[in-house]
Design a protein around this ligand. Structure first.
Ligand SMILES: Nc1ncnc2c1ncn2[C@@H]1O[C@H](COP(=O)(O)OP(=O)(O)OP(=O)(O)O)[C@@H](O)[C@H]1O
Length: 119
């Protein structure tokens, strides 16, 4: 149990470090808070909350992995190298793909509700 608590503390330290040092992670966290507030104001079904939680968690988790990849690359080399660039750009691309997909899913959930609230 103590070992489990220790690994939980390390994971939380990683998340806090990412929040303090990575501008994009901060943007994703604030965006998630805006989306959750919009969900509370709009009113979502259980399935819609489930979908939103999966996508918010996915974006934040991918951003954490992207930050880990950036650090590993910087640890391996200080020099400019095409493979270092590819590794960083691929990891950043993974975040972009998921964030873009999340934005589309969010719009598909919210826009019809906002239209029906207006009518
Ligand atoms: N060692 C390297 N060799 C070649 N290209 C690199 C290297 N480090 C970063 N790059 C590339 O330079 C560009 C800018 O990278 P930069 O280091 O400014 O940001 P990052 O490390 O990718 O992320 P962040 O801005 O969050 O620190 C990116 O396309 C990245 O892939």
């Amino acid at each position: 149990m103590r070992k489990f608590f220790k690994s939980f503390t390390f994971a939380m330290a990683g998340i806090m470090h990412c929040f303090k040092t990575e501008r994009n992670f901060k943007i994703h966290v604030w965006t998630a808070l805006v989306v959750v507030s919009a969900g509370l104001l709009t009113g979502l079904s259980l399935l819609e909350w489930f979908t939103i939680c999966i996508f918010i968690g996915g974006v934040l988790a991918l951003e954490l992995i992207n930050s880990a990849v950036e650090r590993i690359v910087d640890l391996v080399t200080n020099e400019r190298h095409p493979l270092a660039k590819q590794a960083k750009d691929l990891a950043a691309g993974a975040v972009l793909v998921f964030a873009f997909t999340s934005a589309i899913v969010g719009l598909l959930i919210f826009i019809p509700k906002w239209f029906s609230l207006m009518n």
